[in-house]
Ligand binder design. Structure first.
Ligand code: AP5
Ligand code: MG
Ligand code: ZN
Length: 226
């Protein structure tokens, strides 16, 4: 959509509640490439009670990472789909160095590479406020917040009319803290990995959703020119 047809693999990093999903939705419309969110894919499988969903369930409930081989295979399958041939916005993947290496290998096989990595930075206090008020659409996974980003009609998705619900892992503060701990331990080294390759842009996530989006779009377009 007006943003050229360069093949892009954009990675979104940020702790739980930093707005990766919210921003990925906006970016997929802007750049006309799909959002690929591993958390959403696992929740979809959970809902449909697939083997993959059953396997992922216990890890997700504890706020732990699903094993890499399962996650990598799922991402490979998703990125092979026809709608992802021009690239994708990866939300929630890679989450550790093993996944980052698996992604590099996958993309190299297809003659592609990671083009941009964006780190959305938000304080812990703000993260907790956001997660407790989050609501998600059962049908299309769009994300809302009861105060910061409410739907037009309470409990109903603006995009598709689907029912909004609260994620199980958002109800349990212990699981939220565990996710944050794992994030610091496993994902910060991945962010560092992309920083060292000169691909990383850090964005202040404590602005309005629109302002965060403008900063990310500017960063992506800017790195195109380099
Ligand atoms: P996942 O679904 O990826 O959860 P997460 O990483 O914890 O991230 P969240 O989805 O909670 O946060 P977000 O950054 O998307 O925030 P959002 O946009 O919703 O993963 C869930 C689980 O799946 C993991 O724990 C793990 O078990 C498993 N998993 C997933 N990926 C895996 C992988 N690669 N390997 C292994 N296991 C994996 O925004 C949050 C709220 O804030 C919303 O209510 C929103 O409306 C609001 N908001 C957003 N932006 C703003 C703003 N600028 N101002 C005010 N409010 C805002
Ligand atoms: Mg998300
Ligand atoms: Zn919806």
């Amino acid at each position: 959509m007006g943003a050229g047809n360069k093949r892009r693999y954009i990675l979104l990093f940020g702790a739980q509640g930093s707005g990766k999903g919210t921003q990925a939705r906006l970016l997929q419309d802007y750049f006309d490439i799909p959002q690929v969110a591993t958390g959403d894919l696992f929740r979809y499988n959970l809902k449909n009670q697939t083997e993959l969903g059953k396997l992922a369930k216990s890890y997700m409930e504890r706020g732990e990472l699903v094993p890499d081989e399962v996650t990598n295979a799922m991402v490979r399958e998703r990125l092979s789909q026809p709608d992802a041939q021009e690239g994708a916005i990866l939300d929630g993947y890679p989450r550790n160095l093993a996944q980052a290496q698996a992604l590099d290998e996958m993309l190299a096989e297809w003659g592609g590479e990671v083009t941009q990595a964006i780190y959305i930075e938000v304080s812990e206090e703000e993260l907790l406020r956001r997660l407790t008020g989050r609501r998600v659409c059962r049908e299309c996974q769009a994300t809302y917040h009861v105060v910061f980003n409410p739907p037009k009609q309470e409990g109903v998705c603006d995009r598709c009319g689907g029912e909004l619900y609260q994620r199980d892992d958002d109800k349990d503060e212990a699981a939220i803290r565990r996710r944050l701990e794992i994030y610091m331990k496993e994902t910060l080294p991945v962010i560092e990995y992309y920083r060292q390759r000169g691909l990383l842009t850090t964005v202040n996530g404590e602005q309005s959703i629109g302002d965060v989006n403008r900063e990310i779009v500017a960063a992506v377009l800017n790195s195109d020119e380099q």
